[in-house]
Design a protein around this ligand. Structure first.
Ligand code: IMP
Length: 497
């Protein structure tokens, strides 16, 4: 007969924290959310630590270079999705590594042959009015001139006028040289009373610095940066083309890799880790997963994973449990794997950080995951709602929404995440294509989530995640307690009329 666990498989919704003594001297500003991402030996420091315990999911609709920069600025880490060509993924990694705060690539570029009609089209479709004129119409071509809203006036000018006739030519522009600091760039902007400063590499356009960005461009002291002051970024890899993909990602500057698979308890994952060790020794870090029990944790720990992700079937867009009947309640999975991790640390002196991946719905679920032993969380739906996420924004029934689709959906076609390495397409989907409510900029939302986590940690008498993992007390709640958890037996004012 099959083995059946004695205890029920539970989700985060079925737990609450019990408050502990709150000390007068403890307040949320004192809480550190620093947390290890890669494994380390007792007494040593992990090679990579996150400033906040947040990573973004390895998904087309979540982790591209734009979101990666926004999250690294707040101290977290994105894993750029692997369900794209090796070239495209490496390019995204390179963009994050080369991103310089305040220096933006010129998005709208024309040639000398373009006309005022082209300028008006860009203005009408994008609302942007700063357009560069380059030799080849590309963002890094030789800079010939710049057009802003001050250069043209529609009723007075013929739409067929060539841009060469009304642009400000490069000879009359103040420009910065590639390599100057942001502060120097702003000094030039201010001294010359400019709105935009082109930065040149030789005669070619490198980037633009805008006066309007000045007030938002202060760096977060907790940004996640490498020793060269570039933002840190991770990259997903699969168990099929890893021999070609990994070297390209490493060359592009990826700081850490993660094997992206719905089933981490597999010999294919060990093959990938072996390849990394044979090729790079310990210099390249690679996480593995996903798992839901102790046996799978021990397998990947012995295989040499630098961190291990937990979670099968709990993702918001996931239909794996319905399709295959495989998975486990996320809370139960985290508790069991964390227990195995602590035992492994006790026995070997090697601490392997754990990531709780999928199924975070409420902000407090992150807090519970940490209390249960996770060192960080990986989130898809949460980040897909933000301005910086790749999904398109729509108006739906009077509200803004963004697209969010699973890697196992027909839309993403990330079959390498789900199949058994035989190269064939899957015969059924494991994810759905959906909308999520649009929530605005990442930073504004994350600040609120972090404030809630810190407040709950202070209520538990803890100022660090380590302390929290050791001292938190949790209770399982009944369905009745859950209904007591939100506002009840009152008429909320926003529902009165
Ligand atoms: P969420 O934060 O609840 O939206 O879950 C995101 C996680 O779901 C990802 O990090 C993956 O582990 C997992 N996932 C992504 N796409 C799919 C899918 O199509 N089917 C099942 N799980 C998925």
């Amino acid at each position: 007969m099959a083995k059946v666990y004695d205890e029920v498989s539970r989700t985060f919704n079925e737990y609450l924290l019990i408050p502990k003594l709150t000390k007068r001297t403890d307040f949320p500003e004192k809480v550190s959310l620093r947390t290890p991402l890669t494994k380390y030996r007792k007494g040593e420091d992990p090679l990579i630590q996150l400033e906040i315990p947040f990573t973004s999911a390895i998904m087309q609709s979540v982790s591209d270079d734009t979101l990666a920069v926004a999250l690294a600025r707040q101290g977290g880490l994105s894993f750029i999705y692997s369900s794209q060509t090796i070239e495209a993924q490496s390019e995204m990694v390179r963009k994050v590594k080369e991103f310089k705060l305040g220096f933006v690539e010129s998005r709208f570029n024309l040639t000398l042959e373009s006309t005022l009609a082209d300028v008006v089209r860009i203005k009408n479709t994008t609302d942007h009015t700063t357009i560069t004129v380059t030799s080849d119409g590309c963002p890094h071509g030789e800079l010939l001139g710049i057009i802003t809203s001050r250069n043209w006036r529609i009723p007075k000018m013929d739409l067929r006028t060539k841009v060469s006739e009304f642009m400000t030519p490069v000879s009359e522009l103040a420009c910065g040289t590639d390599g100057i600091s942001l502060e120097q760039a702003y000094d030039i902007l201010w001294n010359h009373k400019l709105d935009v400063l082109p930065i040149l590499k030789g005669k070619n356009l490198s980037s633009l610095v805008f006066r309007k960005d000045y007030f938002s461009d202060t760096e977060n002291p907790h940004a996640l940066m490498d020793e060269k002051k570039s933002y840190m970024v991770g990259a997903g890899v699969n168990t099929r083309d890893y021999r070609e993909r990994i070297p390209r990602l490493v060359d592009s500057g990826a700081d850490v890799l993660c094997i992206d698979s719905s089933d981490g308890f597999s010999e294919y994952q060990k093959d990938v880790i072996d390849f990394v060790r044979e090729t790079y020794g310990e210099t390249v870090k690679v996480g593995a997963g996903n798992v839901v029990d102790a046996d799978a944790f021990y397998y990947l720990a012995e295989a040499g994973a630098d961190f291990i992700k937990i979670g099968v079937g709990g993702g918001s867009i996931c239909i794996t449990r319905e399709q295959k009947g495989i998975g486990r309640g996320q809370a139960t999975a985290v508790l069991e794997v964390a227990k195995a991790r602590d035992e492994y640390y006790e026995r070997t002196g090697i601490y392997i950080p754990l990531g709780s991946d999928g199924g975070i719905v409420q902000d407090y679920h992150v807090t519970l995951a940490l209390a249960m032993g996770a060192d960080f969380v990986m989130l898809g739906r949460y980040f897909a709602r933000f301005e910086e996420a790749p999904g398109r924004k729509y108006m739906l029934n009077g509200n803004y929404v963004k697209e969010y689709w699973g890697e196992g959906s027909n839309r993403a076609k990330n079959w390498s995440r789900y199949d058994k390495n035989d190269g064939s397409a899957l015969k059924f989907e494991e994810g759905v294509d959906s909308y999520v409510p649009y929530a605005g900029p990442l930073k504004d939302n994350l600040m609120i989530t972090l404030a809630k986590i810190k407040a709950a940690m202070v209520n538990s008498g803890c100022l660090s995640i380590k302390e929290f993992q050791h001292n938190a007390t949790l209770t399982v709640i009944s369905q009745m307690s859950l209904s007591e958890s939100s506002a009840h037996d009152v008429i909320p004012k926003d529902q009165t009329f």
